[in-house]
Design a protein around this ligand. Structure first.
Ligand code: CA
Ligand code: CA
Length: 138
């Protein structure tokens, strides 16, 4: 009897959808803090390049879909369900590979002041909150 109850519970539990523990804003903040290597509340162009290098595990100056999904699974598990869509958004030139130039494009897209090589925490989190919200509601 007890085993049957436990089994029923296990079956119900397994059927639940994956638990989303972060709001889009929290996930965006986590990504910012991961990217802001020197923790000064600003994302510098160099930090964007460093972030690219962390995704590029085998160091061939390309981030493949596999590298991106793997990094996301380990560092931003809440985003893994939308990792494929994010990759497509980041792949600005549409060649199915991320290069530093794609990250540079993203940086410029977030940068309201093109003469600056800095994106503020506020701007970065705002951009990614909107992006995550849009992908979640799809
Ligand atoms: Ca920084
Ligand atoms: Ca690579």
């Amino acid at each position: 009897m007890r085993v049957a109850v436990l089994l029923a519970f296990a079956v119900c539990y397994a059927a639940l959808p994956p638990k989303v523990t972060q709001t889009p804003g929290e996930a965006a903040a986590e990504l910012f803090h991961d990217a802001d290597t020197n923790s000064d509340g600003e994302l510098h162009l160099m930090e964007m390049v460093q972030l690219f290098d962390r995704y590029d595990v085998n160091g061939d100056h390309k981030v493949t879909r596999g590298e991106y999904v793997n990094y996301t699974r380990h560092h931003e598990p809440d985003l893994v369900n939308m990792a494929k869509e994010l990759y497509t958004v980041f792949d600005h030139d549409g060649d199915h590979t991320l290069q530093v130039s794609d990250f540079m494009h993203l940086f410029l897209l977030m940068n309201p002041n093109v003469t600056s090589d800095v994106v503020t925490e506020y701007t970065f989190i705002g951009y990614f909150t909107v992006l995550y919200t849009n992908l979640q509601s799809n």
